[in-house]
Design a protein around this ligand. Structure first.
Ligand code: FES
Ligand code: FES
Length: 157
């Protein structure tokens, strides 16, 4: 089947049926998407399907067919970092980094759908993404900052 990932088309087999995470990481080498629990709990494997944050460890490959898959590798536009990436750097949110691509994909989906989220909306949108280092305060600050950056003139989140 054809998969469109970060605006590139890949041909991958779905025999036996597989989940998106393993195709991204093991077959296509897109290892920015992380494996945490493999069971839908931690959010480390979060990617976008048509702009919506999903758990790639639970997403059957055929559910991604015909949709636009975006991984952390596709969040930037060429050399220009996404506002979420800039904000996470500015706030120095990452500690070990294990959770960060999932956090950033969740944050990007949030601010695309809700450009001016309240603190409560940020907390609600991010609560399914676990951080083993406990960097939650910085993560929330970074998401709020990302929304501000994304609303700046000339930005397209
Ligand atoms: S690896 Fe997918 S939710 Fe944990
Ligand atoms: S930064 Fe280490 S798990 Fe979140």
């Amino acid at each position: 089947m054809d998969l469109t990932i970060n605006d590139q088309t890949y041909q991958v087999a779905d025999d036996p049926p597989r989940v998106l995470l393993w195709v991204l990481r093991d077959e296509l080498g897109l290892t920015g998407t992380k494996f945490g629990c493999g069971a839908g709990y931690c959010g480390a494997c979060t990617v976008h399907l048509d702009g919506v944050a999903v758990r790639s460890c639970l997403t059957p490959l055929r559910q991604a067919a015909g949709k636009k898959v975006t991984t952390i590798e596709g969040l930037a536009r060429g050399e220009v970092l996404h506002p979420v990436q800039r904000a996470f750097l500015e706030v120095q949110a990452p500690q070990c980094g294990w959770c960060m691509s999932g956090q950033m994909m969740a944050a990007a989906a949030l601010i695309a759908a809700n450009p001016d989220p309240s603190d409560e909306e940020i907390t609600a949108a991010m609560e399914g993404n676990f951080c083993r280092c406990g960097a939650y305060v910085r993560i929330r600050r970074a998401v709020a900052r990302a929304a501000v950056l994304a609303r700046s003139p000339g930005e397209a989140a």
